[in-house]
Write a protein that binds this ligand. Structure first.
Ligand SMILES: Cc1cc2nc3c(=O)[nH]c(=O)nc-3n(C[C@H](O)[C@H](O)[C@H](O)COP(=O)(O)OP(=O)(O)OC[C@H]3O[C@@H](n4cnc5c(N)ncnc54)[C@H](O)[C@@H]3O)c2cc1C
Length: 482
C-alpha cells in the first residue's frame, strides 16, 4: 500500500490501530471457511465508531475496498479479505452501553459477543434469544450481518426479529441510524434490508437489541432413533400436532461419534440419529406438551429417551450439540459445512439424496441440523493432504443446490458469502439478482463495500450489475453465457 495512503489510515484510526506486518495480516486471511484465504493489504482495529467512519471515508476517497470483520467465525467466507483492500475489525468496540430493563432492550457495540449480551442481561431475568452455536465468540455485528440463527430460533425467530435499530457507517463514510424504537416506523424497512446483507451495505457501529424474559419452565429430551428418516418423520409429527418447541435439533451417527469423542455429552454412540427436543414456557403447558412429544417419539420408533434431570445435565446436552462442528475435527482433518434449507416435509428425501451424493463422491457426510425449520448442516469430510479438496467442494455445492431443487434455499443462517455466490442463479432469476444489485448500488455505487460477496456480479468480465445486457463479445457471437 502506498505510504501516503497508509498515513491517511493512521491519521483516521491512530497508529496503534493499524496492522501491516505480514504475520498480523495473515491472522485475518480467512474466516471459519478456511478453504478460502486472501491476505489483505492492511488491517484496521479502530476503537470508536467515529474512527470506523473516518477509516471508511479514506476508503471511499481512494476507492479502496474494505471488509468488516467481527470474530471471523463466519462459515461462508463473508469476512474473506480483498487482496488490495483493508479489513476493518470491530473487535475493540465491545461495550454493553446500556441494559434498559423497563423497555427490555440493550444497546451494544458491534464487537460484543452474542453470549455477553445475555450475560449482561441475566441479572434482570432477561436474555437475547438468537443463539448461534458459536455464541461464545461470534459478535452481534456479525449476527446482524448474517441474520444469524440458532437452535432456539424455531420458536423465537432469527436475529432480524430481535433488532430495534442499528447505527451504520455507510460506504461513503457518513453515519445513519436504521430502524428505531417505535414498533411502527413507516417508510422503507431499511433496517430489514441491512440485516442479512453480509457486510455489503455498510458497517454497524451500535445496535439496539430486544431482550426477552427467561421462560418459567424448560424441559428437554434426547431421543435415539434407528434411522434419520424416522427421526425426521417425528419432527414433522410434532409440528403437525401444533406444538412449537423452543428447539428441535438432529444429529446423525457420524456427528454423534464426533461429539462424543470431543465432549462426552452422553449421546448414545450406537444411535443412527439423535433428536434433541426442548420445550419452554409456562409450567403446565410445558408439562402437557412434553408428554405429547414423548408419546410421538415412541410412536415413531425411538429406541431410547433420555430426560436430563438437572440444569447441568441439560447444559451438557447442549454443549454436545453446539460443539458438533468443531468436534468433527476429531474424525476428519478438513471439512466443509453446508447450510441449505429444505421444506420440513422434504427432510427424509434430502437426507437420502445427500447419502447418495456422498457415496457417489466417495466422501463421508456428517449431518447436524436445525430439524424444526429444515435447516441442514451437512459437513462434508475430506482430507486436503489426500487431494480431496476439489471433490469435497463439488459435493458441498451439489448438496446446497439439491436443497434449492427440493424447494428450499442455499442458506438458512450462514450466508452466501464467497462460498455460495456462484449458486445464486440457481435460486434467483436474473431479475431478482438485478433488483438486489440495484439496492446494493444505491448504498455503494463504487463497489468498495465487501465486494465479491453475496451477489454474483459482475457476471461477466467488465459487466456492470443491473438488468442483464449481453457482453459485447457475447453480442458478437465470440463467447457464450454459461
Ligand atoms: C462452530 C461454529 C458454529 C456456528 N453455528 C452457527 C449457528 O448455529 N447459527 C448461525 O447462524 N451461525 C453459526 N455459525 C456461523 C457464524 O458464527 C455466524 O455467521 C456469526 O454471526 C458470525 O459472526 P462473526 O462476528 O464471527 O462475524 P464475521 O465472521 O467476522 O463476519 C461475518 C459477516 O459479517 C460482516 N460483519 C461483521 N461485523 C459487521 C458489522 N459490524 N457491520 C457490518 N457487517 C459486519 C462481515 O463482513 C462478514 O460478511 C457458526 C460458526 C462456527 C465456527
Amino acid at each position: 500500500m502506498p505510504q501516503r495512503l497508509h498515513a491517511e489510515f493512521v491519521e483516521a484510526v491512530g497508529a496503534d490501530a493499524v496492522a501491516s506486518d505480514p504475520v498480523a495480516l495473515r491472522s485475518y486471511e480467512c474466516d471459519g471457511l478456511t478453504g478460502f484465504r486472501v491476505v489483505p493489504s492492511l488491517v484496521l482495529v479502530p476503537r470508536t465508531a467515529e474512527a470506523v467512519a473516518a477509516a471508511v471515508r479514506v476508503c471511499a476517497k481512494h476507492d479502496v475496498p474494505f471488509v468488516a470483520r467481527g470474530a471471523g467465525s463466519g462459515l461462508s467466507g463473508g469476512a474473506l479479505p480483498v487482496a488490495d483492500g483493508v479489513v476493518i475489525s470491530l473487535q475493540r468496540l465491545r461495550s454493553v452501553v446500556e441494559i434498559d430493563v423497563v423497555n427490555r432492550r440493550a444497546i451494544v457495540e458491534p464487537g460484543v459477543t452474542n453470549v455477553d449480551i445475555s450475560r449482561a442481561a441475566a441479572p434482570y431475568g432477561l436474555y437475547f434469544a438468537p443463539d448461534p452455536s458459536s455464541q461464545q465468540v461470534c459478535t452481534i455485528g456479525g449476527n446482524v450481518a448474517e441474520n444469524s440463527g440458532g437452535a432456539h430460533c424455531l420458536k423465537y425467530g432469527f436475529t432480524v426479529h430481535h433488532i430495534h435499530s442499528a447505527e451504520v457507517v455507510l460506504p461513503d463514510g457518513s453515519t445513519t441510524v436504521l430502524g428505531g424504537d417505535s414498533p411502527q416506523l413507516g417508510g422503507y424497512d431499511l433496517l430489514g434490508a441491512f440485516i442479512g446483507s453480509e457486510g455489503t451495505l455498510g458497517i454497524a457501529t451500535r445496535i439496539t437489541v430486544k431482550l426477552l424474559a427467561k421462560p418459567a419452565a424448560v424441559k428437554t429430551l434426547v431421543a435415539d432413533f434407528p434411522s434419520v428418516e424416522q427421526a425426521g418423520d417425528t419432527v414433522s409429527a410434532v409440528i403437525e400436532a401444533g406444538i412449537v418447541p423452543a428447539a428441535v435439533e438432529m444429529m446423525n451417527a457420524l456427528a454423534i461419534k464426533a461429539v462424543e469423542a470431543a465432549v462426552d455429552a452422553g449421546y448414545s454412540r450406537d444411535a443412527a440419529a439423535a433428536l434433541v427436543v426442548e420445550l419452554d414456557g409456562p409450567q403446565a403447558e410445558v408439562d402437557a406438551q412434553f408428554a405429547q412429544v414423548k408419546r410421538l417419539c415412541e410412536e415413531f420408533g425411538a429406541t431410547k429417551l433420555r430426560i436430563p434431570a438437572s440444569a447441568e445435565e441439560r447444559a451438557l446436552v447442549w454443549k454436545g450439540r453446539k460443539a458438533a462442528f468443531a468436534a468433527v475435527g476429531r474424525i476428519s482433518p478438513n471439512y466443509f459445512v453446508q447450510d441449505g434449507v429444505v421444506p420440513r416435509t422434504q427432510l427424509a428425501t434430502a437426507l437420502t439424496r445427500i447419502s447418495e451424493l456422498a457415496a457417489g463422491a466417495g466422501l463421508r457426510v456428517a449431518n447436524v441440523f436445525h430439524a424444526g425449520d429444515g435447516n441442514l448442516h451437512p459437513l462434508v469430510l475430506y482430507s486436503e493432504a489426500a487431494g480431496e479438496h476439489e471433490r469435497a467442494e463439488t459435493l458441498s455445492r451439489a448438496i446446497a443446490e439439491l436443497c434449492v431443487d427440493l424447494g428450499g434455499s442455499l442458506s438458512g443462517e450462514h450466508g452466501i458469502g464467497t462460498d455460495k455466490v456462484c449458486s445464486m442463479p440457481r435460486q434467483f432469476s436474473e431479475d431478482d439478482l438485478a433488483t438486489m444489485a440495484r439496492l446494493r448500488l444505491a448504498y455503494d455505487p463504487a463497489g468498495i463495500c465487501n465486494p465479491g460477496k453475496l451477489l454474483p456480479t459482475p457476471r461477466l468480465c467488465g459487466e456492470r450489475p443491473g438488468v442483464y445486457q449481453p457482453h459485447p463479445l457475447e453480442a458478437a457471437g465470440l463467447i457464450e453465457r454459461m
